[in-house]
Design a protein around this ligand. Structure first.
Ligand code: SF4
Length: 236
């Protein structure tokens, strides 16, 4: 796997917008075409990870936190190990920062141990793991992207998701300039809203992430991309 590929999946910098924009500057036909194409791609090429088969906000939240710096394929083993040791927030609250750090060592996330421990304490205090972004945001380890991702992937909320990997795919396909950070790019955020306005956000964002990991990498493989026909940046 190349360095470029590694960059693709090291995607989870928290860059989700705090609020969405108004309307996309894209024409509706382009948006409809992208939706159709990415849903078809998602159906045919979905990657199957354990966190994708859960609608438990705690399990999805842990998955999102572990994905913040690492390729998804590398997270699977540690994710399973983590949930085996600490299947619920109260069990996590009864662990220790050092134990958590040791579990995260294969992912190079040992520094996260104390913060994830504090997350366990906070969730235990709450008595549940929330799935609404506004309730998740004040918690340790949770930034705007993670908060929205839990709502989308655990509960199927139709929210925009914009991190730097999703931004890369959308900017290429729709020909948007990368002039600012994704979370500060009103046009991109409006487009992300438009894409999920009529539902199926979970499949759409999973599909975009899978497209980014397989063909729309840092160095895109446009000749193999099923979206190339209408992509404004296709190189073939
Ligand atoms: S055609 Fe190329 S640039 Fe466009 S979405 Fe596909 S891989 Fe990305």
């Amino acid at each position: 796997m190349s360095d470029a590929d590694t960059m693709v999946d090291s995607r989870r910098r928290d860059t989700q917008p705090a609020s969405s924009g108004d309307t996309a500057g894209q024409d509706r036909l382009s948006v409809r075409r992208f939706r159709r194409a990415i849903l078809r791609f998602a159906k045919e090429h979905a990657r199957h990870f354990p966190w994708r088969h859960s609608n438990d906000p705690y399990e999805v939240l842990i998955g999102e936190i572990l994905l913040q710096r690492t390729r998804a394929e590398n997270v699977v083993g540690t994710y399973s190990e983590f949930l085996k040791k600490w299947p619920t927030p109260d069990r996590l609250a009864r662990s220790s920062p050092d134990e958590i750090s040791a579990c995260l060592r294969p992912l190079g996330l040992t520094k996260r141990g104390p913060m994830i421990y504090r997350l366990g304490l906070a969730l235990d205090d709450l008595g549940r793991t929330p799935s609404a972004p506004e309730e998740l945001l004040p918690l340790p380890c949770v930034g705007p992207y993670t908060a929205s991702a839990v709502a989308v992937f655990a509960k199927g909320r139709n929210l925009p998701l914009v991190d730097r990997v999703i931004a890369r795919v959308l900017r290429r396909y729709f020909g948007l300039p990368a002039v600012r950070r994704p979370d500060a790019d009103a046009e991109l955020i409006a487009l992300a809203n438009e894409l999920v306005k009529s539902g199926r956000a979970r499949e759409i964002w999973s599909g975009v992430l899978d497209l980014a990991a397989s063909v729309c990498k840092s160095r895109p493989c446009c000749s193999e991309c099923p979206l190339r026909r209408n992509c404004l940046s296709a190189t073939t």
